[in-house]
Design a protein around this ligand. Structure first.
Ligand SMILES: [Zn+2]
Length: 476
């Protein structure tokens, strides 16, 4: 036999072993050129990448709680033989995703918006559904999967500004595959509902979770309008509210035949387990309190004008004026060259007006040209840049002083001040008569949209009010 033929025979044999895997969910033959062992090994490699990109949330009790609920669902899944691993990630993103082979992740970000154990179980059940239906590896050969990157089974499709997600996908080899599309999402909703019912939860919790995501989308549309940008879309393309989504109602409704008499909700238990959960940005990303941005690790603070909207992004910090006619950017150059004056001149050009100043005892330059103002501050070998731009010359005149004040507000923090920077956290309270979201928002650190944030985390968006005696979450 020639070497070519023996190679072909070998390839065919390999194909026969793994090529017609039986789909664990449908029982039909799927054309999957990957064995379960390959699938697990692929998941293990990608898990290492996820752990480089995200931090694991440092709360062993909460990790154990999520793992316990996840394992009980996995035991009732179509692939109970796999070893599942459930991990809470320290990320404010509203997300959950799964990797082939049984790796499931849920962010503390989404957990803040859930209101019962049944809802958390619905998120985990949906992700287990992606694993059991082999959405990550279906119709992909092993080599394709490793070369092109595997799909992260996300509960929502983060299409904008999701750097971590992009990075993970890039680490996996490029090709950001944005979610699974409507059919796979519906299949996972259907499987998740089944696993909920078999574990003793009400499968309708799946619809409530889709409602949580839908409300995020509606809220983001509200904010996007204020900011003049495109809104985000969550969980595929849901045109309608889940209450009116007949296909979703149908796939979840199928699980009704499996329900027990008194399904578990465990609302109070979930709220107690997630009391004191961090909310919003981690301290390591920098936090915003009353329009003051503070970064513990960089050891600096900057105060933005009141009512400007602050966006903390991985590579820069942005602030927008209330009527969107001015933008401030705060950036860091870890290796600046030349003097502050030379630096400012390089950035704004020959014709810029530049003066040397002192800010908080640091050597700095204040520069301006056309509708642009720039502050350059040298601090401990780093350059901090604060740049303001306005849409029009008229806006520049109007916002000039506020932009200069922001530049001059730069401060280095003492060790003690750094120590005092704490993340926002959830707190449980019992609503009393006369409580409203407006009164609760009055002393909230959540900024101008505090009222709606509080409604969202308590599942009373967009118009609900607290009911006396209700156990509820606030952010402090
Ligand atoms: Zn999904």
């Amino acid at each position: 036999m020639s070497r070519l033929i023996s190679f072909l025979l070998f390839a065919l044999a390999a194909l026969a072993l793994t090529g017609c895997a039986q789909n664990p969910v449908t029982g039909k033959q799927d054309f999957v050129m990957m064995s379960e062992a390959q699938e697990i090994s692929l998941g293990r490699q990608a898990d290492a990448d996820v752990r480089k990109q995200y931090k694991v949330y440092a709360n062993p009790a909460l990790q154990a709680y999520v793992d316990r609920i996840g394992q009980s669902l996995a035991k009732h899944s179509h692939r109970s033989n796999l070893r599942y691993r459930f991990t809470v990630l320290d990320s404010p993103e509203i997300n959950a995703f799964a990797l082939p082979g049984g790796y499931v992740y849920i962010t503390r970000g989404i957990m803040a918006y859930l209101n019962s154990e049944a809802e958390m179980a619905a998120v985990l059940g949906h992700e287990i559904g992606h694993v059991t239906a082999r959405h990550g590896v279906r119709q992909q050969s092993a080599s394709q999967a490793t070369n092109l990157g595997i799909q992260l089974a996300s509960i929502l499709v983060p299409e904008l500004n999701n750097q971590a997600f992009h990075d993970v996908s890039n680490l996996l080899g490029g090709a950001l595959l944005s979610g699974y599309g409507r059919e796979h999402e519906l299949e996972s909703d259907r499987l998740g509902a089944q696993y909920l019912a078999r574990t003793g939860y009400d499968p309708q919790a799946m619809i409530r979770v889709v409602g949580v995501l839908k409300n995020q989308e509606l809220f983001d549309a509200e904010i996007a309008k204020q900011e003049g940008r495109e809104p985000r879309r969550y969980h595929g393309t849901f045109a309608t509210h889940p209450d009116n989504d007949t296909r979703l109602q149908q796939v979840v409704g199928e699980a009704k035949t499996l329900t027990v008499a008194a399904p578990l909700e465990n609302r109070d238990e979930y709220l107690r387990q997630t009391a004191n959960l961090s909310f919003g940005e981690s301290v390591s990303e920098g936090v915003v309190r009353d329009n003051r941005f503070m970064h513990r690790d960089l050891g600096i603070a900057l105060t933005f004008p009141t009512n400007w909207r602050i966006k903390n992004q991985p590579d820069q910090l942005l602030a927008l004026s209330p009527n969107n006619d001015a933008l401030l950017q705060f950036m860091l150059d870890p290796k600046p060259s030349g003097t502050v004056m030379e630096y400012a001149r390089r950035r704004l050009g020959r014709n810029a007006k530049i003066e040397p100043i002192q800010i908080d005892g640091h050597s700095a330059a204040l520069a301006e040209i056309d509708n642009t103002m720039l502050g350059v501050i040298y601090d401990a070998g780093r350059a901090f840049l604060i740049q303001g731009n306005t849409r029009t010359a008229q806006a520049f005149v109007a916002e000039r002083q506020l932009m200069e004040d922001t530049i001059r507000s730069f401060k280095t923090l003492s060790a003690q001040e750094r120590e005092q920077i704490k993340p926002l956290t959830l707190h449980l309270i019992t609503a009393t008569k006369g409580d409203s979201y407006a009164t609760l928002a009055r002393h909230s650190p959540l900024g101008p949209n505090a009222e709606q944030y509080l409604r969202l985390i308590n599942a009373q968006y967009p118009q609900g009010e607290p009911v006396a005696g209700q156990l509820m979450k606030v952010v402090e």
